[in-house]
Ligand binder design. Structure first.
Ligand SMILES: NC(=O)c1ccc[n+]([C@@H]2O[C@H](COP(=O)([O-])OP(=O)(O)OC[C@H]3O[C@@H](n4cnc5c(N)ncnc54)[C@H](OP(=O)(O)O)[C@@H]3O)[C@@H](O)[C@H]2O)c1
Length: 296
């Protein structure tokens, strides 16, 4: 595996991070048909990437503001989240390429009293949002292909990206926009850890579904309490918030813990988010300081 033989489709938040980390080309053109994929890959081959072996799909529609937008844009949701990944998987099957799909772990109702962390084998059961239904649909289709065509496909289920770089899609930025913060422990995907693990999974050519989250659950108020401590110390205003029972939020959302046993069983132990979140906030504040200094 080297950066010359990988391609990332989907120039959004996750796709850009992956392409930058793996130092491979990022395809930005809109895909409407199978022919669009053929043309894009032909184009990139002509640019000197003549030996593509791996396609990573980070194309998706997650809603402009939140997944609630997918309810009004269901055609767009299903096209980007189901049809386009199917076309890419078709291309990979035809050309015998390894296909890596960025999936989601937000597919379960979860009872914190009785459930154990969700394994990859558990049947998804959260159908309350079009976004989630589309992610469940494509996962089932790809899984079927893995089993029946023995196609080389990896589905990385990520969940609630957290990063040390400010970005409207980063969990920390999102929490800083909310006045009410839920009280549930949640599995999250810390992006620096995600990128490292993704690279290893690709190098090992792992197939099937993988929960690509950190070990442990993050209690969001802890993240904000530490943010406030560092923010005030560095001359930024603190964020005032109230903690609310997650059952009382009033919008359909998943809150859950995911198992990392499958990752561990293949020799990859994701770092515990409770050991890393302070460093994440530290780096985040340093990035805010750099931005502030650049503006002066
Ligand atoms: N962010 C999260 O919280 C999260 C959590 C779990 C899983 N995921 C999954 O991760 C994947 C990437 O999400 P993201 O957060 O990076 O979303 P994003 O920032 O919105 O990126 C998605 C990208 O896909 C592109 N796209 C949509 N339809 C396309 C098409 N037909 N052809 C080519 N490009 C197309 C979008 O381009 P335009 O903007 O130009 O339309 C956008 O650049 C999605 O599958 C999502 O379900 C995300």
């Amino acid at each position: 595996m080297n950066s010359e033989n990988m391609l990332v489709f989907g120039a959004g938040y996750i796709g850009r991070k992956i392409a930058e980390y793996l130092k491979c080309p990022l395809m930005r053109v809109k895909i409407h048909t199978y022919q669009d994929i053929e043309e894009q890959i032909e184009y990139i081959r002509e640019k000197g990437y003549s030996d593509i072996k791996i396609i990573i799909n980070a194309i998706g529609y997650v809603g402009e503001n939140s997944v609630d937008d997918c309810e009004q844009n269901q055609a767009e949701t299903y096209f980007a989240n189901v049809v386009v990944p199917m076309l890419l998987a078709d291309y990979c099957l035809k050309h015998n390429l390894y296909f890596v799909h960025i999936g989601s772990g937000c597919m379960y109702h979860y009872d914190y009293e009785t459930d154990t962390p969700v394994s990859e084998e558990r049947e998804p059961n959260f159908f309350d949002l079009a976004y989630v239904r589309s992610k469940i649909a494509i996962e089932k289709i790809l899984l079927n292909r893995i089993m029946t065509n023995t196609q080389r496909i990896l589905i990385c289920r990520i969940r609630i990206p957290l990063d040390d770089q400010p970005n409207p899609r980063n969990l920390l930025d999102k929490l800083l926009r909310y006045d009410l913060i839920i009280d549930a422990n949640n599995s999250i995907t810390y992006l620096p850890e995600f990128l490292k693990i993704l690279k290893i999974l690709i190098a090992k050519e792992v197939r099937g579904i993988i929960n690509l989250v950190n070990t442990g659950g993050l209690y969001y108020p802890d993240l904000l309490i530490y943010y406030n401590y560092l923010a005030e110390k560095n001359g930024f205003s603190k964020h005032n918030f109230d903690v609310i029972d997650y059952n009382k939020l009033g919008v359909p959302r998943t809150n859950l813990l995911m198992s990392v046993e499958k990752l561990t069983s293949i020799g990859i132990v994701p770092r515990d988010i409770n050991k890393d979140y302070k460093q994440c906030v530290n780096n985040y504040i340093q990035n805010l300081i750099k931005r502030r200094d650049a503006e002066c």
